[in-house]
Design a protein around this ligand. Structure first.
Ligand code: UDX
Length: 443
């Protein structure tokens, strides 16, 4: 609601819920954030942000007067008519999206009665909105609780910018009034608004993520072919991306995508299609290519080092991408486990992962800085392109390592700098010859 009006309620204070709440507060709305996790709510009340998202703590501080936090549905519902649902929808063992948290939230809201506008921010399979509306009607709430789909397109690490300067806002509703009410919340943001029905809005979200994941798997396969034929995927991607029909984005070859969205959303769309009788062949390949891409790194290390038994491999970066502390579906997890499985010793450093034991990396020595991780290593694999790795003192690193070999899983480092520091370099689709190949065109 607009400034001075009833607050917006947001259920779930994870990445999506918290960013949504704080950005709405920044737009001038009062926002009540609700989460069942008491420790999280307590820390947010103290101004301590439980997640790493650049700019978020400052934005919370700046908008503290318009933000409140609670664990109580009663408190939330006493204050709010418009309720955003932003709880997570992790994959079930069958690969579908697990809706239990979403359905629990809608159940809690429905149970307490009253006129409500439910707005779905969580990524839910196509058909979920209709299912929730049918459930609400069966519970005698027809006309009381209305439903709008308003999917998120927030990248971790750039979530605030993505919220405040989005490429588009998608609003799926069954009545014009409900859609208008949600559109009004975004007043002050200048962008295209796509107004449609609920299932179409739900599909826009899945199709967008599945398409982006397809782009990544596509360029990764091109990279793999480049390695066979002596082409350089970086220049191939540059040349392709200049065609405006293709565009330059999401053509960065590497060790595969991870994170909380792409892996689960691609899987969920494939399952959704399968459950409705359609075999989505392309997505099966997208998933498989992504899976194999992580394992290819082990093969490359073997080509350079021979058997990995008793070799020491250092990993630089563990998070699924830079500027986040998120390890969900990170390529590092599979890579580290495979290397240990081959009998290698594995050390690692990530700027936001504390040294010591970590449940996702059993058997890996997590170090306090990059140099410590590299000491005595036979190879270093750049897994996540944190900016500080480009600025590393590579000549000093070379002195510390047993063998100066860099496998750049993100084609992020400058091969010339590494060659000058005495390193052997290999990337993804850049060719073993590295420097002997055509240079990457700029601009
Ligand atoms: C993504 C979507 O971008 C966002 O719109 C959606 O709402 C949530 O999922 P996010 O998971 O934060 O956001 O990550 P993103 O920046 O999109 O990157 C996803 C993964 O793809 C990362 O592991 C990244 O390293 C990888 N990636 C991305 C590539 O390997 N190559 C690329 O060219 C781009």
């Amino acid at each position: 609601m607009t400034e001075g009006g009833a607050p917006i309620g947001v259920v779930g204070t994870g990445y999506v819920g918290l960013v949504t709440a704080v950005c709405f507060a920044h737009l001038g709305h009062h926002v009540v954030c609700m989460d069942v996790d008491a420790a999280k709510v307590e820390s947010l009340r103290r101004g301590a942000v439980p997640i790493y998202e650049p700019g978020l703590d400052k934005l919370i501080e700046d908008n503290a007067v318009r933000l409140s936090f609670t664990t109580s549905y009663d408190e939330l519902l006493a204050a709010c008519h418009t309720l955003y649902i932003a709880v997570d929808t992790p994959p079930t063992l069958a690969g579908d999206a697990d809706l239990s948290r979403v359905l629990n939230a809608t159940h809690q809201i429905a149970q307490r009665g009253g006129r409500r506008l439910l707005v779905m921010k969580s990524t839910v399979p196509v058909g979920t909105g209709e299912r929730i509306v049918a459930d609400l009607e069966a519970a005698g709430l027809k006309g009381e609780v209305t439903y709008v789909s308003n999917p998120e397109f927030l990248r971790e690490g750039a979530a605030i910018q993505d919220f405040l300067e989005p490429d588009r806002i998608v609003i799926g509703s069954s009545t014009v009034e409900d859609g208008d009410a949600v559109e009004e919340l975004y007043r002050g943001i200048d962008t295209m608004v796509v107004r449609t029905n609920v299932p179409t809005a739900e599909m826009i979200k899945y199709a967008s993520n599945a398409f982006l994941a397809t782009k990544i798997s596509f360029i990764n396969e091109i990279a793999n072919v480049c390695e066979q034929v002596g082409a350089d995927v970086r220049t191939v991607a540059h040349g392709m991306g200049l065609d405006h029909r293709i565009g330059p984005h999401f053509l960065q070859a590497g060790i595969g995508y991870g994170g909380s969205c792409f892996p689960k959303d691609v899987q969920a769309l494939k399952q959704l299609a399968g459950n409705s009788g359609y075999h989505f062949q392309l997505l099966t390949a997208v998933l498989e290519v992504n899976h194999l891409q992580k394992r290819r790194m082990v093969g490359k290390l073997k080509r350079h080092l021979g058997q990995l038994r008793d070799k020491h491999v250092a990993l630089l970066g563990l998070t699924f991408k830079p500027n986040t502390d998120d390890l969900r579906e990170a390529s590092s997890i599979v890579l580290a486990a495979r290397l240990l499985g081959e009998g290698a010793t594995v050390s690692a450093y990530d700027p936001v992962i504390a040294p010591g034991d970590h449940a996702l990396f059993p058997g890996v020595t997590l170090c306090a800085d990059a140099m410590e991780a590299l000491r005595g290593a036979d190879a270093v694999v750049l897994v996540t392109e944190w900016a500080e790795f480009a600025r590393l003192d590579w000549p000093a690193a070379r002195e510390l390592m047993r063998r100066p070999f860099v496998l750049d899983g993100r084609n992020f480092l400058d091969p010339e700098t590494l060659a000058a520091a005495g390193f052997e370099y290999d990337g993804v689709g850049t060719g073993d010859l590295g420097l002997a190949r055509a240079p990457v065109a700029n601009g």
